[in-house]
Each structure stands twice: as structure tokens, then as C-alpha cells.
Write a protein that binds this ligand. Structure first.
Ligand code: SAH
Ligand code: SF4
Length: 396
């Protein structure tokens, strides 16, 4: 049995052909599934009976089992979906006056292992399939339409952000058809500007995405220099900042917006000093170097703590001072409002329930043990280095 949520329209067309039916049936199928939320093949009355009969024996349209649902005081909803074998992933709906945003997971766990991220902290279990990525949207959209009593054709979800659990560009093969379903006029019909892929910086895959399906791009930068970024986002050791910014510049040629969003998680005493704001400003303006810099907006995310991170959120005045340096330097900078934190649905708090098959903890490369001294989080030691800026600040 195949799950039809697995296929974009080209894939559905191939399936129809394999069954000896016309490719254009894929359009009808897609409309039933993604525009009407139908899961019962028998109910698709305008679909050729021959196709329905053939599909009945070989295909299903199947949602993921909901393990739990939580609703926050601000209306944010977090679903935990069971993806089998002890793994579960989280999906978050964020309602706002003029939009409804769904934050979708791409992997159970994550192999990138960023210091400040609950998902990274638990290690990597496995990639989600296209069906498992799309099932999050399918469930949320049609469940919300029912609850909100929306008229046919009215949408609950207007924006999708690939900012849930996992690194979407390390699951590119499954991501790409999922994005195509989101954008398809016979699918969810979302514009490229309203679908955002967020990445910790998988440089070759940024280039692939530019060529295959250029949606809005957000890049998780978090540090103005390689020494610190190596510690916070270990993938930086493979793809350092200069290469990452070059990939972003080349992405802009086909991006739906004329800027890249840079995300920067504000960690107390680690990456939040005015000097670091200045260094970030110089970096994105390309000061002192030829042919560099980047057309960007910067989104400062107050760190959302989770047990065992050993890190602290920057105080609001420090975030404001950091933002001011960037704004005065001419860079559009916003501070992200934290939503749903009473149900641990905020950025970086998604943990699901993941069987840690990477056993990072045992291998000792996961969260570096952290000592808190005078409000400064310091790694005990890794490669003898530690967080350079934490040292600098504790000395001041
Ligand atoms: N793997 C992708 C997308 C998922 S994480 C990425 O890293 O971009 C989505 C965003 O949440 C990223 O910008 C990430 O850096 C940020 N984030 C992770 N942990 C966080 C935390 N504890 N507090 C605030 N933001 C966090
Ligand atoms: Fe993975 Fe993104 Fe978390 Fe880093 S921040 S560990 S890339 S999910």
C-alpha cells in the first residue's frame, strides 16, 4: 500500500500511468486530497471508476496518528505526531491577525547538534518521508478548517515555515516533492514567498534548492565569526561563513524575495555583545572586503531555554541594544515574538520523542557539559577551545 500523500503531481501522474490510466487524473486526485481534504477514495465521485478501483487495492490517504495536542494561552497549537518505532515529531500552528503559519518538522531529531537547540540535543533518529512531512500540513489545514468553520476554499494555513524539528536540507529528497505540493495550484497553492525553508547552512543544498524550487530562505547564522559559529552550529566546520554567504548571494538571483532572512538566537554572554553586533553588521555589509556582504533582514530570536541547555536568554535590553546597532547600520532587524512558550512550542523547544539512535550522548559529542559562572555559560572543554566570547565577557 502506498500513501498518496507521498507524491507531488508529477509523482501522482506516474502512478496513474503505471496503473494504465491517463496522467491528467493526477490533477483531480491532487484537488481531492489537498484542496478538499478527502481521504476516502470512494468519495472521489468524479474520478474514473476504473482508477478508483485500481487505487482501492494499492493506495491509501493516511494521516499520522496524533499522540497529543496542546493549545497555548495565545492560541498556538502544538501537535505531537507518532511516526512509529518510538519516534514522534512536532508541528506548531501560530495564528496571527492576518495569517496562519504552520511550523513543520522534516526529521525525527537532527544530526546538526546545535548547542542551543532541544531537537539537536536529542540526536538524530531518521528522515521523515514526503508523506510524513505533508501529513503535518494536511492534518492541520483540514482540522483547523473544521474547527474554525471555514467556508470551502477558505484557508486556515497561509504560510509554512520548515522550522520544526530537523534540518530540512539534510532531507532534501523528501523535502522537494513536499514543497512542490505546497506550491502547486492544484495542491495548497501557497506562493513561494509564503513557504520558507530554514537551514543551518547546508551549502550545496542551498544551491540545489535555488535551481529546483526557490522558496523563501532563512539561514540560521547565530554568530558573526567562524570561531564562535563552529561551537554553536557544528556544521560551520564544514561550510564556514564565507561559503555560506556566497551561497546566499547566489540564491538571491532566483529567490522570491530580494533578501535572505538571517536568524540569530540571542544567548546571554555568548553572542549578544554590541561588539558582536558590529561584527555582524560589517559581515552583512561586506565592509572591508570586495564582492561580499548580503542583502538580508535579521531576525533576532530570544533563546528559548530547555532543561540541560546550560544557556540563558539574553536580557531584553541587551537584545534591544544589539538590534539598534544593526538598525542604525541600515539593516532591517526584528525581534521575534515568542509564541506558545507555555506549551514548549517556541523555536528550538521542539523535542518530540525521539529514539536517539545516534547515541551522541554516549559518544560525548552532544551537548558539551556546561558550567554556569557569573551568568556566563561556558563549555567545560571541547578541543580545548570553548566559546571564545564567553571568555571575553567573563573577563570584563
Ligand atoms: N534546522 C533548521 C530549521 C529548524 S530550527 C535550522 O536550524 O534553521 C528553526 C530555528 O529555531 C532556527 O533558526 C534555530 O536556530 C532556532 N532555534 C533552535 N533552538 C532554539 C532555541 N532554543 N531558542 C531559540 N531559537 C532556537
Ligand atoms: Fe538541527 Fe536546526 Fe536544531 Fe540546529 S537548530 S540542531 S540544525 S533543528
Amino acid at each position: 500500500m502506498v500513501n498518496l500523500l507521498q507524491f507531488d503531481r508529477a509523482g501522482l501522474g506516474d502512478l496513474c500511468e503505471q496503473l494504465g490510466e491517463k496522467r491528467f487524473r493526477a490533477t483531480q486526485l491532487s484537488r481531492w486530497i489537498h484542496q478538499r481534504g478527502e481521504h476516502d477514495l470512494a468519495a472521489m465521485t468524479d474520478l474514473a471508476k476504473s482508477l478508483r478501483d485500481k487505487l482501492a487495492g494499492s493506495a491509501v490517504i493516511e494521516a499520522l496518528p496524533v499522540a497529543s495536542e496542546q493549545v497555548a494561552a495565545d492560541g498556538t497549537i502544538k501537535w505531537l505526531f507518532d511516526v512509529g518505532a518510538g519516534d514522534a515529531v512536532e508541528t506548531v500552528f501560530i495564528p496571527e491577525a492576518d495569517r496562519g503559519t504552520l511550523c513543520i518538522s522534516s526529521q525525527a531529531g537532527c544530526a546538526v547538534n546545535c548547542r542551543f537547540c532541544a531537537t539537536g540535543h536529542q540526536g538524530f533518529s531518521r528522515n521523515l518521508s514526503t508523506a510524513e512531512i505533508v501529513a503535518q500540513l494536511w492534518h492541520a489545514e483540514f482540522e483547523l478548517r473544521r474547527r474554525l468553520g471555514l467556508a470551502p476554499g477558505e484557508r486556515a494555513i497561509t504560510n509554512v515555515v520548515m522550522m520544526g524539528m530537523g534540518e530540512p536540507l539534510q532531507n532534501y529528497a523528501a523535502l522537494l516533492p513536499a514543497l512542490r505540493i505546497m506550491l502547486d495550484d492544484h495542491g495548497y497553492g501557497l506562493s513561494r514567498r509564503r513557504v520558507t525553508v530554514s537551514t543551518s547552512g547546508v551549502v550545496p543544498m542551498i544551491e540545489r534548492l535555488r535551481d529546483d524550487c526557490p522558496v523563501a530562505l532563512a539561514v540560521s547564522l547565530h554568530a558573526p565569526d567562524d570561531a564562535l559559529r563552529d561551537e554553536l552550529v557544528p556544521l560551520n566546520r564544514k561550510y564556514p561563513i564565507a561559503e555560506l554567504l556566497a551561497a546566499c548571494r547566489s540564491y538571491l538571483a532566483r529567490a522570491p524575495r530580494d533578501f535572505i532572512t538571517l536568524e540569530y538566537c540571542m544567548l546571554d554572554g555568548v553572542n549578544d555583545s554590541p561588539e558582536q553586533a558590529g561584527a555582524l553588521l560589517a559581515l552583512v555589509r561586506g565592509d572591508g572586503t570586495a564582492a561580499s556582504g548580503l542583502a538580508c533582514k535579521i531576525n533576532l530570536i530570544p533563546f528559548n531555554p530547555f532543561p540541560a541547555s546550560g544557556l540563558r536568554r539574553s536580557p531584553p535590553e541587551r537584545v534591544a541594544a544589539f538590534a539598534a546597532v544593526l538598525q542604525q547600520g541600515g539593516i532591517v532587524t526584528t525581534v521575534r515574538k515568542t509564541r506558545g512558550d507555555d506549551i514548549a512550542a517556541a523555536c528550538g523547544q521542539l523535542a518530540g520523542e525521539v529514539q536517539d539512535r545516534t547515541r551522541v550522548a554516549e559518544r560525548g559529542v552532544r551537548a558539551v557539559p556546561v558550567r554556569i559562572e557569573r551568568n556566563v555559560a561556558k563549555p567545560v572543554s571541547r578541543r580545548g577551545a570553548g566559546l571564545p566570547v564567553a571568555r571575553e565577557r567573563s573577563a570584563s
